[in-house]
Write a protein that binds this ligand. Sequence first.
Ligand code: HAM
Length: 419
Amino acid sequence: MIRAIRGFKDILPGEAAWWQRIEAEARRVMDRFGYQEARVPVVERTELFARSIGQDTDIVEKEMFSFADRHGESLTLRPEATAGLVRAVIEHNLAADGRPLKFFLMGPMFRYERPQKGRQRQFHQLNVEVFNVAEPLIDAELIVLLDHFLSTAGLSGVEIHLNSLGCPACRPAYREKLAAFLRGKMDLLCPDCTRRAEANPLRVLDCKVPTCIEAVADAPRTLDALCPACQTHFDAVQAAMGGLEVVVDPNLVRGLDYYTRTVFEAQTTDLGGQNAVGGGGRYDALVKTLGGPDIPAVGWAVGLERLVMLLAEQGGLETEGPELFVAVLDETALARAFDLVQSLRRAGLKAEMDYAPASLKSQLRRAGKMQAQRVLIMGPDELNRGAGTLKDMVSGAQSDLPLNLTAEAMAERIRQGGF
Ligand code: HAM
């Protein structure tokens, strides 16, 4: 037997109903907040991710599904969507007029992580990205949107964590200070962090190894090192949060290198080790770094598996059964019933049948299992009379349904019952 590969999961019909609900909710919310859908490829040049997410990150160092194509070019299954979307914005010159661009994107991402509850190698994200808006109001809008989406999707117990990582004006001095601090803690750091302590010291703050967490407990904080412009921005983001409570979290640095100023995460305690349902932040330098114009950007992503998992723990979703199940009693009625079902569907009725005749008892049982509202019985007698027997599955009432009606008239009669 060939099995699915580790960390790649099938989404089967019972669970897919949750996905459809969440995706539909996402589209509704995005439309209301004025975000338009974009879809970009799942495969990009490896260089795109290395240059945007950062060479010294876990994602780029060890989690990418990279491969050489037939011409030897290094390609990668996207580990996240922001880089690809930025590439598309630059390539199609979408930001040229300076107006706000507000996108959302849903789709699969790939990271070679160790699978566990809430962590897979193929997972799905809802991404929201805004270009051309430098004002702190948009950071606030995105945080409110993140919280709103999660709560309308049905999630409770979400806490929003917020931090600022500074900008090219204040970050270098902070980085130097942090690197100096880490030099005194080298004996506590894991091998990855020992290596990163000089090249990319902020990554050490993000490490989940217990000794590294201990090492950085008293590390200098970005929030104490912000330049006046970053401080003003951070204050304004918090002031615009409306009634939404956020937790200022100086330890929040996020696992990707492209962030400037605002970073945030939606966390819940219901996920075991994986407590982030979503996260994001501002990335004002990324578009320029990737060869585009010098424009600000900010966004977030929610992991949909984590959301579905939390919601599906509450039980299965009710799906609606067919409006009509046609029960076919013998071969002579089969072709007629088949044509009827197809034309009723074309007329807009949700109709179902079996593809082989069977006893009335077993077909009624099947119709019941499917939660069909009505059953139309068709056998030799019904064909002779030119009328099927329509039975209501709830009341048990029966009536005749003439078979010479148009499909539309028949669909109408079936919906009304006519009992
Ligand atoms: P991220 O924090 O790496 O950010 O991922 C966002 C969310 O994706 C996480 O909070 C989590 O719910 C989900 N996620 C990540 N890895 C996995 C996994 N292996 N299995 C299941 N779910 C996972 C980003 O990807 C940024 N691109 C977000 C962003 C958009 N920043 C600005 N714009």
